[in-house]
Design a protein around this ligand. Structure first.
Ligand code: BGC
Length: 243
């Protein structure tokens, strides 16, 4: 069965057609830029552009960078504040005429990792951390999602949210080397381990491709592995949501 998976991020909106029985992409990946300001109507236009690019008429699964309950966004970390209270599922359905299932982006990425990737058959608590514009987290207990964990939103030192200190966009903003940023990311990981005692941490998002550049700086005593899908876990997991 094939489903269009879409991963809405703070800087890009990516999609591909996914074979949900194998977790493999069966089309090339297509990316459009997240519109400046990331307002609902503008993002919906780009989502529609992506759907049209694939000439897609079937079901769509979509990861979205916010807390999502019953299709409604409840937070807005790196997107326009007017998303809060917006029914994302309805907005995208109305704009495209297709059936959508929308969930938090890191929850979606984690779903790919526990279904087909590094977290498959792992017992206990598995945390997917996506490192990109923000820091997303997807939490699974014995393979079952506990939705909407927002570890990146925990305040840290003078930062309102720890993601403002340790995300990939913080690395770029503060012009940090991977060594400097890796130390920050390690602090974030130590906080995560202290608070949640996971059995495994999986790294996704843009940074998962660069893990060799910072893995020596990580001092936590919990297995930490890349998702195995490079930057595609969000797309694959989004498609799985629509099942
Ligand atoms: C949002 C999360 C999201 C993460 C990654 C954060 O700013 O609060 O909901 O999962 O970014 O996109």
């Amino acid at each position: 069965m094939e489903i269009l998976g879409i991963d809405v991020g703070g800087t890009g909106i990516k999609g591909a057609i996914v074979d949900v029985t194998t977790g493999k992409l069966v089309s090339e990946r297509f990316r459009v830029k997240t519109p400046k300001g990331a307002k609902p109507a503008d993002v919906a236009d780009e989502v529609a552009e992506l759907v049209n690019h694939f000439n897609w008429k079937g079901k769509v699964g979509c990861g979205f960078p916010a807390i999502i309950t019953h299709g409604v966004a409840r937070s807005a970390g790196n997107i326009h504040k007017s998303w809060i209270g917006t029914n994302v599922t309805e907005l995208f359905q109305q704009r495209t005429g297709l059936e959508f299932k929308v969930r938090n982006d890191a929850d979606a990425a984690g779903l790919a990792a526990v279904t087909f990737g590094a977290g498959k058959d792992v017992k206990g608590l598995v945390i997917m951390i996506t490192v990109g514009t923000g820091i997303g987290s997807g939490v699974f207990y014995n393979g079952v999602l506990i939705p909407n964990f927002e570890i990146g939103a925990i305040p840290y030192k003078d930062y309102k949210r720890v993601e403002h200190y340790a995300s990939d966009s913080a690395r770029k903003r503060d012009k940090l080397t991977y060594e400097e940023w890796g130390k920050r990311f390690n602090k974030f990981l130590k906080l995560t381990v202290f608070l949640f005692s996971p059995d495994m941490i999986i790294i996704g998002g843009g940074a998962s491709k660069k893990i060799d550049k910072f893995k020596d700086l990580i001092t936590i005593d919990v297995p930490i592995v890349p998702s195995q899908f490079e930057n595609e876990a969000g797309i694959i997991g989004a498609a799985l949501l629509a099942l």
